[in-house]
Design a protein around this ligand. Sequence first.
Ligand SMILES: [Fe+2]
Length: 705
Amino acid sequence: MSDAKADFELYYARRKQALGVLYEGDEFLYPSDGPWPEASFDYPYGQAPQVMNIPADEQRDWQKNIGRYYTDNAVGTFYNRSPFGVAAAEYARDDLMQNGVSGYAEVSDDDFVALICEGLFSKFLSRLDPQDVALFGLKPTDLAPDSPYEYYKSDYRCMMVVQQTWPGEYACPTIVLVRRKRGGQKRYADEGAYELMAIAVARKPANVPPGDAPFVYEFPPELVFTQAQDSASAGWFLAKYFVLQGAAHRINLIDHVKVHFPPDAINALTKTILPKWHLVHQLLEPHFRLTLPVNNTVLEGQRSLINRDTWYPWSPFVAVGNEVRKLFPFAWAGAGYYGDKYYGADAEQLGRNSSYPAFRYSTNPDGMPGADDPAVLIPNFIGMDCSRYGAFLKSYYPPILKFVTESLKEIGDPASADPKVQVAWLEVQHWAHEISKLLPGFPDENGILAEGELARVCAMVIWNAAVVHSSDHTTLHLMMDTQPVPFVLRVPPPTSRTGTVEETVESALGPTVSGYLKSGIAEVLKAWEREGLKEKLEGAVVEKLLEDIGQIKLSHKEIPLCWPTDLMYARMADLLFYRPHNTTLLYDCEYAFERDAQTDEEKALQALWIAAGRPVLTADQKQRLRGLRKSFQAMLDAVNQQYYNADGTPVLPQTGNPNYHSDTDAAMQHLNRFGFPKLRPGTGEAGDTGAMLRREACIGAGVQY
Ligand SMILES: [Fe+2]
């Protein structure tokens, strides 16, 4: 029986011998102890491979550009204590003034549709599965290709695994149903294209025994709230917050995770396997800067916001790290990772949820190769043209693919007889062979030789790291800046479509806070007494007030959905981790192929490589690559012009959201109303403003924070 893996390894060794290649350590970025992906610590079969041995130079780069940013802003200096802590407190104070004790702004149905169907959360829109069709009571004709509407769901069934929440906090799986006219003039949410149809809320079964054993959430038909019938109900009011809570957790622990972690295998193996002179190494390296330590710090850092068992004031989540980390497998293994313990008898069907497909490396922004047949593309929100956000992300893909395709032509044809070209391609095969063992769907040593495949693979790496990553962050920061995102909910999910939601002050605030409230009022009364004012009020009324305050009933719109401290923690997380802080930009990051050998040492090394027959780029090739970079910049500028004028002002002007918070700086005021990042500061945004915008509002070179 043939062993494909052993076959390639033997082939690789023999080809190297035949080509007379015997590498020296200094041909590699990391001659020893190079980074290499390994099975993930938490869910070896559920999570992308992770890189633990972070090279010291990369760790130092992280400390200088990222670690320092965290300490300076979270802890602060002697003269400027915790700038972000202060900003977060101010944010919570402003919110209290604006939204009262409720804590979160009221979400109208229009706002809700805008949040779910445009911007960052529009990523979640997917086609319905059979269980959704049944749950929402749709007819097969509704989903037929000639139906007048296209139906989509925004699925937060994943929240079924977050069961052990912090005391007094609640979470709940939900699913939203929306539709838009097929082939209609209106495509996007801001044009009014989407109609909100229904929200399904899950229910914890009765008589769940105490303990940590998972229970199976049920989605009963009586908890399907429809916009037509239930939009004035208390349950509908609360259901929208539980959807947004699910969305905030889903983006943090599933969909943005897909942007960060699977490419680590490509990152580490590009640096470890491909020699420094290799064009693929030189093309990708600037887009990998800082990512290995960033990702390692998120997963394993002592002060991570998802530290497994400790909590820090910048962790906004509804449960301890170990509990919310249960969401990770949805990003890699997909919904099928969890079996009947969470799904019950329908595990097989529910595990094939099209909102959470198993990860497969895609070379097409429009979707992912199908799990059953990789030749069939399963379209994502970009492929289905669901939102302006999707269209924005896609608009940057063609220039990247063109630049990468043209640049990689310098390697030569895989069929070339030139030994230098053969060495370069042999290493590409070696690289693809190792990565394909770890990333499902990544082309192997044979697949990578198909025409254009290497360029498509590399373009996807760059587009994902630079464009998708930066855009996810600016849009999330815009969202958190304009209205509080309900990570924490301190009211239970609705359990009936008709019931009112009422709570006493005592139970809404809990014993500690209502104790503070009572003692605060008692202090005020004492002061009034001292000043002789108390007599002016009916004594009995005052005494009764103190007695009864805990029993006052609050309706659903008055109940504190969260505490001000919850808002502070979310704001801390936003300022530290969601608001972008780029170190280098896609537009002008440095590629090694653009510069000539500078020092004597570099020149000597290059001479040795040339003497050894390595495919070192010639002066002519470098000249051509510099020209390609210039054309690339011009193509990127042309895309940017669709969104931003030359002076940097948005083509679609800001709508001037009154909730905008400028407590630390005004970066978001320079972006369009969707929060799409700009390629680079405009001509009217020079000096300090330009530097701030490069850091916080532009498309970074890669995953750098
Ligand atoms: Fe990120």
